[in-house]
Design a protein around this ligand. Sequence first.
Ligand SMILES: NC(=O)C1=CN([C@@H]2O[C@H](COP(=O)(O)OP(=O)(O)OC[C@H]3O[C@@H](n4cnc5c(N)ncnc54)[C@H](O)[C@@H]3O)[C@@H](O)[C@H]2O)[C@@H](O)CC1
Ligand SMILES: Nc1ncnc2c1ncn2[C@@H]1O[C@H](COP(=O)(O)OP(=O)(O)O)[C@@H](O)[C@H]1O
Ligand SMILES: [K+]
Length: 551
Amino acid sequence: MTELLTADQMRGFEKAAIARGDASGLDLMERAGQGVVEAILAQWPELTKGGHRALVFCGPGNNGGDGFVIARLLRDVGWTVQVHLHSDPAALPADAKENYDRWMQAGEVLPLVAETVFAGARPDLIVDAVFGIGLSRPVPVEIAQVLDVAGMKQWKSPYKIKRVAVDCPSGLDLDTGIIPTDRAAGRKAGSAWPATLNTANLTVTFHAPKPGHYLALGPTLCGSLKVVDIGLGGAARESQMIGQSPDPQRIRLAEPFFAGRNVTGSWLRSVMGKPNLPGHKFNFGHVAVFAGGVGRGGAARLAARAALRSGAGLVTVICPPSALIENACQLNAIMLRALKKDQPLAEVADHRVTSFCLGPGMGVSQRTRDLVQEVLARRAGEYDLEDPVVVLDADALSSFAQDPQSLFAQTHARTILTPHEGEFERLFPDLSGPARSRLSKVDAVRQAAKRAGCLVLLKGADTVIADPQGGATVHAASYGREVPWLATAGAGDVLAGLIAGLAASFGSGTLFCAAELAAYLHVEAARSFGPGLIAEDLPEELPKLFRELGL
Ligand SMILES: NC(=O)C1=CN([C@@H]2O[C@H](COP(=O)(O)OP(=O)(O)OC[C@H]3O[C@@H](n4cnc5c(N)ncnc54)[C@H](O)[C@@H]3O)[C@@H](O)[C@H]2O)[C@@H](O)CC1
Ligand SMILES: Nc1ncnc2c1ncn2[C@@H]1O[C@H](COP(=O)(O)OP(=O)(O)O)[C@@H](O)[C@H]1O
Ligand SMILES: [K+]
């Protein structure tokens, strides 16, 4: 798993490397510029021949400094390079000023304004080195207009121009994936998108990716993402091994890589615990999924099917007596019990149930609230680790919209809430909507987890999982892993069942790791099946996936 570094953390790594004497700021800037040029030529080998034309846009900070290095290195290999600067050169920080001076020994700098940028011939390459991690406010309108991808239409055959962003397309906040805009810059009517849009074909970042490359608009704006090693050392804590709990206050990316190696098989084995161990079905966990009334059982059956396919030893659907026949007609390997209104839960779900899943199709009602509270009150005794896992999704969350605190008063460390944005807003209105123009999805989910006293997984193409201590993971269906066809009714129910099933076995993995793996498998199952997918297909794709992933 790769660590995602916030701007502050990145600056910390840079300072530490300089303090250790590993490199000077100027060395780092040179390596950064060199890394960008190498990445450009690797991405487009046809550009290696030289004789091409580049526009380099430089900003007032060290991102601009990288731009001057790139301009010089391209010029050295025979390119015609035109540099535009948005700043008073005298105000540049020291390393950027030094690289400005080196460029100026045989070059010139034009202002970064539309009239001069679009006056010349069509470039082959545009390098955006205006703002990186130092972005502190909305980009001024006149610069946003120059950076707007639509501006390229001023040249003939604009699709031939390659756009490269240094650290990020300028204007993207790398902590949040949001584009801060002010009223002057405006937004398209009725849209979350700003009126102008700066996108890249290739984004080159340094040392480690940043949260904003994966959250919100980040993946759409960045194109493809390349991380360049600039020798900062102390690899951004990749030592958070797969299968281990997250480091509090740090953010990681849920992916099957460790130290550059693909470790999918060992990730699956470390979290699932099942293969190669002797034992009987009760050793591999018993999942109980609560279903709603007549005609509403589909969602629970989807969750149950995912739980069983994910390796749980037993799965039982618990439904009201009126829905027994409907469910009996649909279920075979999944067991079925009816729970009467005043019947004690223990009569249908004994102490061997290791994982509960509540919400899908249950209905928003007092009955759902009561069942959630009864399940949360069931504790195993002294050790938290033996409490049954409780996955709360959909109606189990919405049933507490009027009084979220009464839910949070009962949740425990083995509880996970799995809302989509709408359900999240019902429980955490102050961490949703307008608040999210300031607060990253990661920080919103961290605050939610702290308040709820349990894990929270907020769904989306950028799924975020956080624990109450601040540990957080992003699982991103982006950069070649896009699965828009996963936005299909019932896909969330399958995810809830998958978490309940993976966490049921008391394998070596924690609930947090089970949630990370579930998010990954969910998207891999959708990728494996492809377009045309419906929710029923997801659990059925798992056996093939497990085989392919080396379980
Ligand atoms: N931290 C590191 O380890 C390294 C950083 N490098 C580069 O340095 C960059 C960070 O440099 P800085 O911290 O100087 O930050 P930036 O260069 O990203 O931007 C900071 C400057 O832009 C101004 N600014 C911010 N938002 C603005 C806005 N909306 N309108 C007008 N002006 C605005 C600030 O006042 C400041 O002058 C990175 O993105 C990366 O490109 C590289 O040289 C490699 C090493
Ligand atoms: N564009 C997308 N890319 C990747 N995953 C997506 C996308 N849209 C939705 N998903 C995933 O699909 C699931 C939808 O869940 P949810 O909104 O609860 O739907 P439902 O209630 O119909 O099951 C979530 O796991 C979400 O992360
Ligand atoms: K940039």
